[in-house]
Design a binder for this molecule. Structure first.
Ligand SMILES: [Zn+2]
Length: 447
């Protein structure tokens, strides 16, 4: 259905684990079943489902496996103890790894979206067993990525692992997913203008790695998203196929780059902060991409503030003088993060600048100010344009739509930079001394 995806799989074969990606109507009949047989070793396949994904696609997969006389066993990913949706934690991963060993499975198949895919990806990787994924919702870009989002000691981390050898996405299954999950997929992709700007910013100011090849894939994915948003509320099949393909390309770009940087910047930190605090303090949260969408509007607003700044007002000496010694900052973090402190501090430590780092960075910024617009302006969109597109798909637009009240929303903007060592607009705004009041303005903008 998407020749460009097949082209990319063969062009980047040496860097990708994924051998076949089948998106279409009746995807199991139209190549999916064959791809499983071609790319998974014979023997027993352990099929991970929950009750919802069994109904959405699992039973159909099982019927096809039976029809081809393939051997499989069902593995149920059960709800959390409080009845909530399963979370990808170290314990869940260890349990599936144990099941793989106990059943002597030669391969695993994840039937589901983010969580089940991540559990199976990570456990199969640890066990050295190949895996495939049958998607049930176009809710995030992780299907094709070589990383799993794991809640480890209370911190949302992204761990490297093998991507699925085969990914199957039946458009009719995807289109029938809960609508909030479709919103989540769009929100995850809407981060592109700001996550790419963050990636450029980081390459410019910290010398971090940047990949033109990954950018090319991201751009191809973005092209597939054109005009899709307003058609999603009607679950238009072509639009859902475009969204699904675009998500797959976004994940492939991360695999080719060997990092989530092409698709994850400050807007993702805001979402991760919401997830972490939701679990640690029993607060509300939403689907990943729904949170990312709101984070993206926020981040785009921060870029508007940055671009409107007069570079002559950047007082580099004053900023360097104001930088707290690490020990003092660490004490602040202990206060802010409470029970999450131990898990956060190692990431925060790596991201914390030395006075010299800060001076070099701010000097580069101030002296190269006209370059800022060419560097980040290439991909940026206004917060209004992003909001309009999300609105056309009836996606959440405000922190309150996510169940996140103002104080926690504010903390997600001003404190989330410490949960990961990746330079973003949040870090730069903080280094300039503007993050606090820009966050207040962003919250007014989003009121
Ligand atoms: Zn994401």
């Amino acid at each position: 259905m998407f020749p460009i995806i097949d082209d990319l799989l063969s062009r980047f074969q040496s860097r990708l684990d994924t051998r076949a990606l089948v998106i279409g109507h009746h995807a199991m009949e139209e190549g999916g079943l064959q791809a499983l047989q071609d790319h998974l070793p014979k023997g027993l396949w352990l099929v991970a489902v929950d009750d919802n994904t069994w109904e959405a696609a699992g039973a159909d997969v099982a019927a096809h496996l039976d029809g081809a006389s393939l051997t499989w066993e069902r593995y149920d990913v059960v709800p959390e103890a409080d009845g909530g949706d399963p979370i990808c934690t170290d314990d869940r991963i260890a349990a599936f790894e144990e099941a793989l060993k106990a059943s002597k499975a030669t391969a695993a198949i994840a039937v589901g979206a983010g969580t089940i895919n991540d559990i199976v990806k990570m456990a199969s990787h640890n066990a050295g067993v190949p895996m495939a994924c049958v998607g049930t919702a176009p809710s995030m870009n992780g299907y094709t990525s070589g990383i799993a989002a794991v809640l480890s000691d209370g911190v949302k981390t992204t761990n490297p692992c093998k991507a699925p050898a085969v990914i199957i996405a039946d458009v009719d299954v995807m289109a029938n997913a809960p609508y909030r999950m479709i919103c989540s997929g769009l929100g995850d992709l809407m981060s592109k203008p700001v996550s790419n700007a963050d990636w450029q910013l980081s390459a410019w100011l910290t010398g971090s790695f940047h990949s033109d090849e990954a950018m090319e894939i991201i751009e191809a994915g973005a092209a597939m998203l054109k005009d899709v948003a307003p058609l999603l509320p009607d679950r238009d099949r072509e639009a859902v196929a475009g969204l699904t393909a675009s998500l797959m390309l976004s994940g492939l770009a991360m695999s080719v780059a060997g990092s989530s940087s092409p698709a994850s910047g400050g807007e993702h930190l805001i979402s991760h902060f919401i997830d972490m605090t939701a679990i640690a303090f029993d607060e509300p949260h939403d689907f990943h991409g729904c949170q990312v969408g709101v984070g993206t509007i926020t981040s785009a607003f921060l870029y508007e503030k940055l671009q409107a700044l007069d570079p002559d007002t950047i007082d580099i000496d004053a900023r360097v003088d104001a930088l707290l010694p690490w020990d003092d900052y660490e004490a602040l973090l202990r206060e802010r993060f409470g029970p999450l402190f131990d898990a956060v501090v190692t990431h925060a430590r790596k991201a914390y600048p030395t006075p010299e780092d800060l001076r070099v960075r701010l000097t580069t910024l101030k002296e190269g100010w006209p370059e800022l617009k060419t560097r980040v302006g290439r991909t940026l969109q206004t917060s209004q344009a992003i909001e309009d597109e999300l609105h056309s798909a009836k996606c959440p637009l405000r922190f309150s739509d996510l169940g996140v009240e103002t104080d926690r929303a504010r903390r997600s903007i001003v404190h989330s930079k410490d949960i990961r060592n990746r330079y973003t607009i949040l870090h730069l705004a903080w280094e300039l001394g503007h993050l606090d009041h820009w966050a207040d303005e962003a919250l007014q903008r989003l009121a």
